[in-house]
Design a protein around this ligand. Sequence first.
Ligand code: GLA
Length: 706
Amino acid sequence: MIEPDAETGAQRWTLRTAATSYTVAVPGHGRWAELSAWGPAGVEDGPSPLAGHGRTPFRTAADAAPAEYLPFGLRPFGGAELDVRRPGGERGSWWSFTGERPAEAGALRLGFTDELLGLEAVLCYETVPGTDVIRRWVELANTGDGELLLRRLDSAAVNVPVPGGARLTYLVGQWAQEFQRKQVEIERGGFGIGSTQGVPGHDYAPWFAVQDAAAADGPTTPTWGASLAWSGSWHLDAQVDAGRLLRLRAGREPHEGEVLLPAGNTLTTPQLLVAFSPEGLDGLARVWHAYERTESRPRSLRPRPVLYNSWEATGFDVDQDSQLELAGVAASIGAELFVVDDGWFTGRVDDTAGLGDWYPDPAEFPDGFGAFVDKVRGLGLEFGLWVEPESVSPGSRLLTEHPDWVYAIEGRPATLIRGQLALDLGREDVCEFVLSMLDRLLCDYPIGYLKWDMNRPPTEQGRPGDPLPRAVDLDAGHVANYYRVLDALRSQHPHVLIEGCAGGGGRADAAAVARTDVVWPSDNTGPQDRLAIQYGFLHAHSPHVMSSWVTDHTGFFDTRPRSLRFRFVTAMAGALGIGADIRAWTPEQRAEAAEWIAWYKQRRETLHQGEVHLIGGPQDDTCGVQYSAPDGSHEIVLAWNSGRLAGLPLLPGRPDRLRLRGLDPAARYRNESTGEEFGGAHLLHAGLPCPWSAENDADAVVLRRC
Ligand code: GLA
């Protein structure tokens, strides 16, 4: 695998993905590995486009290098990925290359050692067959006899040449407004996003895309991306330097203090997933979709059931009769799964009480919860339940019995968020409690679906009695046990589908998504707001993981009313669910719902496994998502009218148009419901007609290849 480079004495390795290549070199001096080329397969065949960027007399060679990972010390000015010291010692490492380590096919491991400090680092790379994603992480080993303190411990650095400056695309939000797609252009300087909340958070997704700003953002623009697979605190920093090189550094955020690495111990950073697409942000989205489908196979292939969730209909007022009435209507319109959300357990009268005491409330289920579940299942529905295992309410039996199980700092008051406290899941006993509590529920009742929520980021993150500083390790311990419980659920109860949720989309990073079957992107189910949330979400995640409900809700931000049709077409863009109070729906509404649900069931395989094109966005008058069947037999186009009109009012015979993508221009396509036929070139260049009206504000079209 080593190709000696005659001129510089560099060693070079090329990682090959489905359609891209990634070449890493270690120069003859052996102080770092650097990126030599990254793009479509074959891009490495020629002089490196990254060589010599940003070399000036006032910077070190390490500062200018497109280095893959550098410690502070070796890289003094330009930003380092690792900042390490011995207690009382100088900061920094000056390591050197100690050779390629054994690795599986398609993987690469490069070792660096600092003997003086007693530190070994292995830069790890792994391709994922059938995708264009490369996983990158670092393994650190303390080979000395005392502790090491890590102030920064990133997963990787990513370099992209941006001669015209960088156009960064990122997903920003807040509670109820997650995944808003934003762009910023940076000619020089920095940009950073992250979370210190112990979860990825609502403010930013740990996801990022980069293009050279000199090229317009379109479906053929080369686009590089990164996604951090970590469900705790994180950061992602980008810097465009004098050499017009964008350098992205991402990893865990040691928010509470330095991380301890005891003598003889090793630490593995989270994985940073990196990807390239020559087909713009739309193409990059397809790379992430393919990755998520591959990673979670065979679970990703399981049809997502059409669910009914009663949260928006009954809130905390959960009782047997109301739930059975809802379940009856849900079954009659074609739902396949009934999920009882918050409010089913003892003491849960509102959001201030009950968490931790995970027993069904006998007052609300007088015939017994088992009998209730059986009745739901007797309607032909699977049964699902909401839980929030990491939280506990003041006054609960759990907290009374185990006051030491919550995060706390001795002598300091506890902060309440949503009236609750956070359990220290990193503790062995707390983790055992969560494992056995979930196991008990899943064994006691025939549950097929679990919605795991988390509405309260940890504060006062200490563990009384344990030596400080511990907080950062607590963050990692919490995340590790969150994964451990999910992994145990998946292996011990493989039939149970899991929905990830954190007050909406507060924990939807790549690692959480890999361990859940769907995620709840937002509590905002208002139609226009949801469209914007889903549009951003689909840039980073596949439709098969996007849980979406049809509700009666107005938006939080855009309250314009839209039709039931619009709401169904929007929710069908991912895993369809219903969250409205369907008891109040008219027979006509129920009949329309039944039609949409039947339509969706027949086509969900294409919606979840097809190649996606994101056409336009919610800022446009008309936007759509096109799903191409893997066998090329048909296309499904979901299209929406934002309610705005461009120029003249739309007249019959002058409909708005949606230009489709990825079709064969020479083929003909027939609209399955109207019989109308179009040439591929027409759909690509003139576009699919969208005859909008007040009633027809969204459409779902199947185009069969003739
Ligand atoms: C969070 C979730 C909601 C719902 C409520 C229940 O806000 O995001 O979907 O489950 O909790 O309390």
